[in-house]
Design a binder for this molecule. Structure first.
Ligand SMILES: C[S@@+](CC[C@H](N)C(=O)[O-])C[C@H]1O[C@@H](n2cnc3c(N)ncnc32)[C@H](O)[C@@H]1O
Length: 288
């Protein structure tokens, strides 16, 4: 009650407008009007920047800041449940927390953090090629898609093929990734492709969902095999609660040659409890 009183005074003092009734978009549902106004202001400023690199970096900072400004409890940051517009007991921090009224704190934090990461990466990066292709991993034609974007890199890959994959695939019924990043789809006007998600939360983790997941991930591996050289290495980070990965490997004509345990120590959401993920090392199954 004590905190609520202070909170209400702040709301009055800073003329905070709460969430919209009958929201039509993700942003209307999950952001206070004051936050939306600030985001729109910053986004308009970013649009006027001529230098493409600076523009992209600032857009990235804005999208990181936006993720932290949704009107949710801290414990539901990864999987949104219901918007909040008042004080609440926060199980993540063990104290009373409140939804935030301005993006400024996160804008500053992510500005510094992003620049720090870029500087760090500058030192670590080697003279190699990288490209980020977006598409359905079950069907994307990697070489053709890449040759449209970065021909010189595609030519090298066509000659020598791909040595391996390191990936963290989705897990069965755990997260709706489109929903988790809906703010960015909304802000930047990206097309949503929810139906292409493998193992989304909205499909649950029933036997049927597990079967679809096995089909989905093995289809990805079978698609990727077309681009891999002989004796390839595939590493997949998985929280394999339902023991599906030996079947997945089988369906993809691969075998699990090693498993490594990876402790997950820092999680954004709910409990701060640690858990382990497995990194599967897969190779071609020569016995087939
Ligand atoms: C565990 S996350 C890993 C994300 C990223 N590798 C990382 O470490 O931040 C799994 C990702 O797989 C993506 N995904 C799900 N289905 C997909 C599909 N059919 N094709 C490509 N990506 C997919 C999800 O959208 C999500 O971004």
């Amino acid at each position: 009650m004590e905190f609520l009183h202070v909170y209400k005074n702040f709301v009055k003092k800073y003329k905070i407008e709460f969430l919209k009734q009958n929201p039509k978009t993700f942003i209307e549902k999950w952001y206070f009007k004051n936050i939306i106004d600030e985001i729109n202001f910053v986004f308009e400023e970013i649009k006027n920047i001529k230098d493409v690199n600076n523009k992209n970096i600032l857009a990235l900072i804005l999208s990181r800041a936006m993720r932290s400004c949704r009107a949710t409890t801290h414990s539901d940051l990864a999987t949104l449940v219901e918007p909040v517009s008042t004080t609440y007991y926060c199980s993540k921090h063990g104290k009373i927390c409140k939804p935030i009224f301005s993006i400024i704190k996160w804008w500053k934090t992510y500005s510094k953090d992003t620049v720090k990461r870029i500087k760090e990466f500058e030192k670590l990066k080697t003279e190699t090629h990288q490209y980020c292709l977006s598409g359905d991993a079950r069907t994307i034609d990697i070489f053709t898609a890449l040759s449209k974007k970065k021909k010189s890199f595609a030519d090298i890959l066509n000659r020598q093929k791909i040595s391996g994959i390191f990936s963290s695939p989705p897990y069965v019924g755990l997260i709706d990734y489109h929903e988790q990043h809906a703010y960015a789809y909304n802000l930047f006007g990206f097309d949503r492709k929810d139906k292409l998600e493998i193992g989304p939360l909205f499909k649950g983790h029933t036997k049927e969902a597990q079967k679809n997941y096995v089909e989905g991930i093995s289809a990805v591996l079978n698609n990727c095999k077309r681009y891999l050289k002989r004796d390839y290495n595939v590493f997949l980070v998985a929280n394999d609660k339902y023991n599906l990965y030996s079947e997945i490997a089988n369906k993809a004509g691969m075998k699990i040659t090693n498993t490594f345990k990876r402790p997950v120590l820092n999680r954004t959401e709910k409990d701060k409890g640690t858990y382990s993920e497995i990194i599967f090392h897969l190779k071609e199954n020569r016995c087939l």
